[in-house]
Design a protein around this ligand. Structure first.
Ligand code: SAM
Length: 314
């Protein structure tokens, strides 16, 4: 991990407003996450997934100058935009430390039992999804990239064009929960070389005709794109490492809040909190995951699949 962009105070007079770019990203479950974090003025808080800084800005505003906000993101572009946005905290800004790298490494950067809270809002931001050049979207023509961290070696192109058919089918099955994984993998291997997201989406669509109305509602490439993205970014391994580190870096009475967007993530969070409660390190605050309100879903369709869980370090 590198690129410590630490800075102390935002310049006096920095102000909010529409000129600060949010790149189309609307923060999900903002008020709910902040409520569960129960931010203490003067405390130390970790935002494991800065993104566009939507949650972080609200945390920063509550921390005050004696507080400390530590933010992580794999994506240097996200860090840059979050940094600009955090200037809106103005003279009341806490000390802010921004780090480029994976939240899997939080334990290496944050002292044990030093944080009053940790938030993780998993997955991609709309800024990443909507940029065709990043290769995340099957709805746009772009290179097969899908890396959140442009320095990492594994790309979607390598997975799509070089992986053995059987291994590719396993990735699609395991990380996409796609039941027709073998058929999908076979079609991809036969169509090689595939160089763009649009070509990949078209190959998958041709291979997977919807078998019922439910399948017809979602694009046939949805699950395979999710699978490749998770594999390229080692998302579930990173999440497991974060969930292991969280009770170590958060002090007793501190909160851990995680927002996930698909069942594979949510299962890991649920199990980690349940096991933590059994081991006496957590009290679980959400019996069931909290979702977005109808009003929020209407405003921001991306929030439909969000599930938030929270626990307190005992
Ligand atoms: C949903 S966005 C966060 C949005 C943010 N809460 C906001 O309101 O602006 C998730 C962010 O987490 C980052 N991310 C995903 N996995 C990560 C990891 N393992 N380590 C660090 N950052 C990660 C992504 O690059 C993305 O910017």
């Amino acid at each position: 991990m590198d690129g410590d962009l630490s800075f102390n105070k935002a310049p006096d007079g920095a102000h909010g407003g529409t000129e600060i770019q949010t790149a189309g990203h609307v923060t999900v479950l903002l008020q709910e996450a902040i409520d569960f974090l129960a931010v203490r003025r003067g405390g130390t808080y970790i935002d494991a997934t800065l993104g566009l800084g939507g949650h972080s800005l609200e945390i920063a505003r509550r921390l005050g100058p004696q507080g400390h906000l530590i933010g992580f993101d794999k994506d240097p572009r996200a860090l840059q935009l979050a940094r600009e946005r955090l200037q809106q905290a103005g003279a009341e800004s806490p000390v802010i430390t921004l780090l480029q790298g994976s939240y899997a490494e939080i334990g290496k950067h944050v002292r044990p039992a030093s944080a009053d809270g940790l938030l993780a809002d998993l997955g991609l931001s709309s800024m990443q999804l909507n940029d065709p050049e990043r290769g995340f979207s099957f709805q746009a023509e772009g290179p097969l990239d899908m890396r959140m961290d442009p320095r990492s070696e594994r790309t979607a192109d390598q997975v799509v064009n070089r992986m053995r058919e059987e291994d590719l089918a396993n990735v699609i099955y395991e990380f996409g929960e796609e039941r027709r994984s073998r058929r999908t993998a076979r079609a991809i291997v036969r169509a090689r070389p595939i160089r763009t997201t649009a070509h990949l989406a078209q190959v998958i669509s041709a291979a997977l005709r919807p078998m019922n109305k439910a399948q017809a509602r979602i694009h046939p490439a949805t699950k395979t794109f999710q699978a490749i993205r998770i594999f390229v970014n080692r998302e579930l391994d990173d999440l497991k490492a974060l969930l292991e580190a969280a009770p170590q870096v958060v002090k007793p009475g501190g909160r851990v809040v995680v927002i996930s967007f698909h069942s594979l993530e949510d299962r890991l969070v649920k199990d980690a909190f349940r096991d933590g409660a059994k081991a006496g390190v957590y009290q679980v605050l959400t019996k069931r995951p909290e979702g977005a309100s109808e009003e929020e879903i209407g405003r921001n369709p991306r929030s439909r699949s969000a599930k938030m869980r929270a626990a307190e370090r005992t």
